[in-house]
Design a protein around this ligand. Structure first.
Ligand SMILES: NC(=O)c1ccc[n+]([C@@H]2O[C@H](COP(=O)([O-])OP(=O)(O)OC[C@H]3O[C@@H](n4cnc5c(N)ncnc54)[C@H](O)[C@@H]3O)[C@@H](O)[C@H]2O)c1
Ligand SMILES: O=C(O)C[C@H](O)C(=O)O
Length: 356
């Protein structure tokens, strides 16, 4: 008897989803939650990915499962999350993985989370701007952020869904409406612009991209993406032709991928890489690491606009400090004026979507 009891306990520990007791509990509570490991796992942070079965969501889920700072990983989508969850949960890393399918599972997916990463929404096809995604993605982001406000109002939110220049203001308005807005905890993910800028600048300089750091400020669409090439580390200079080439290539990086994919979506793999780099920085900040600095699109007083992307220092409660832009050259000052003009209307569009 005792032997049987031990064996049952071992089975329960190794594979929570096979434990008859767990199955009974899930059936009786009416949940369809895919609970791939009920116990075990490492100490760390609880992270939810909303849109986890998508082109970004899947590689992002895989990379977050590999992150030693993550102890619990919740994968939510309106389709296919059980399969993605089963697949990811077989990776022999510390994080416990749970899947959640459909709107009635959203609250379970969000409850208790420290970090929520949102890549849910439709991507561009050739010929479209990011703003063309507004009509569909605004509603998706609104619903998901209402869930965050209700279930994990203290979580850090990393918002990836486009158009970021409008979806971040939408999220802020949803949080304001529910009385939970904390500007330190809402970050639009512009990391891919920095990743691209580092890559393209390294190509021009003929050095390793891992040695390059390019601040990219403004926003995340066309001319609002403003690389500050005068502030590249390591210190270097560019000819006017190089500056033009690099600025245009960085601003059009997303379109370059959309056109190459020819109707099959936009950047997913480089985005998942960038999202994990950014999420890892947020988690290191939460842990209390010193000197964690990345660019992000946040509520800001760096310019007269209510939101702007610039370097931020990440700390135990999200954004600990927002850095000023630093000295800009004449080329960058012209770029900043163009960026601000477009940003102002994208921000206003997001705000009025909730206020209307
Ligand atoms: N911030 C950036 O730098 C950046 C980079 C690349 C892509 N994006 C944006 O990310 C978004 C996703 O891109 P993708 O290539 O992964 O698209 P995708 O279509 O491959 O995946 C999107 C996923 O979202 C899910 N989804 C849709 N509605 C949902 C809802 N209400 N709740 C939860 N999930 C929902 C879909 O089922 C799908 O699995 C797009 O808006 C895209 O433009 C942003
Ligand atoms: O370009 C897109 O539509 C996706 C994303 O914003 C990107 O920069 O790759």
């Amino acid at each position: 008897m005792q032997q049987n009891g031990d064996a049952n306990q071992r089975i329960a520990r190794i594979s929570g989803h096979l434990n008859p007791r767990n199955l009974q509990m899930e059936e009786s509570s009416g949940l369809q939650q895919v609970n791939c490991r009920a116990k075990g796992g490492s100490a760390g942070f609880r992270v939810a990915i909303l849109g986890a079965a998508g082109g970004i969501g899947q590689p992002l889920a895989m990379l977050m499962k590999m992150n030693p700072l993550v102890s619990v990983l919740h994968l939510y989508d309106v389709v296919n999350s059980p399969g993605v969850t089963a697949d990811i949960s077989h990776m022999d890393t510390g994080a416990v993985v749970r899947g959640f399918l459909g709107q009635n599972q959203l609250e379970n997916a969000l409850t208790g989370m420290d970090l929520v990463i949102i890549p849910a929404g439709v991507p561009r096809k050739p010929g479209m701007t990011r703003d063309d995604l507004f009509n569909i993605n605004a509603g998706i982001v609104k619903t998901l952020c209402e869930g965050v406000a209700k279930c994990c109002p203290k979580a850090i939110v990393n918002l990836i869904s486009n158009p970021v220049n409008s979806t971040v203001p939408i999220a802020a308005e949803v949080f304001k409406k529910s009385g939970t807005f904390d500007p330190k905890r809402l970050l639009g993910v512009t990391m891919l612009d920095v990743v691209r800028a580092n890559t393209f600048v390294a190509e021009v300089l003929g050095i390793d991209p891992r040695e390059v750091d390019v601040p990219v400020v403004g926003g995340h669409a066309g001319v609002t993406i403003l690389p500050l090439l005068s502030q590249v580390k390591p210190p270097c200079s560019f000819t006017p032709e190089e500056t033009d080439y690099l600025t245009v290539r960085i601003q059009n990086g997303g379109t370059e991928v959309v056109e190459a994919k020819a109707g099959a979506g936009s950047a997913t793999l480089s985005m998942a890489y960038a999202a994990v780099k950014f999420a890892d920085a947020c988690l290191r900040g939460l842990r209390g690491d010193a000197g964690v600095v990345q660019c992000a699109f946040v509520a800001s007083q760096v310019t007269e606009l209510p939101f702007f992307a610039s370097k931020v220092r990440l700390g135990r409660t999200g954004i600990a400090e927002i850095y000023p832009l630093g000295p800009l050259n004449a080329y960058e000052r012209i770029g900043l004026d163009k960026a601000k003009k477009e940003l102002a209307s994208s921000i206003e569009k997001g705000v009025s979507f909730i206020k209307k």
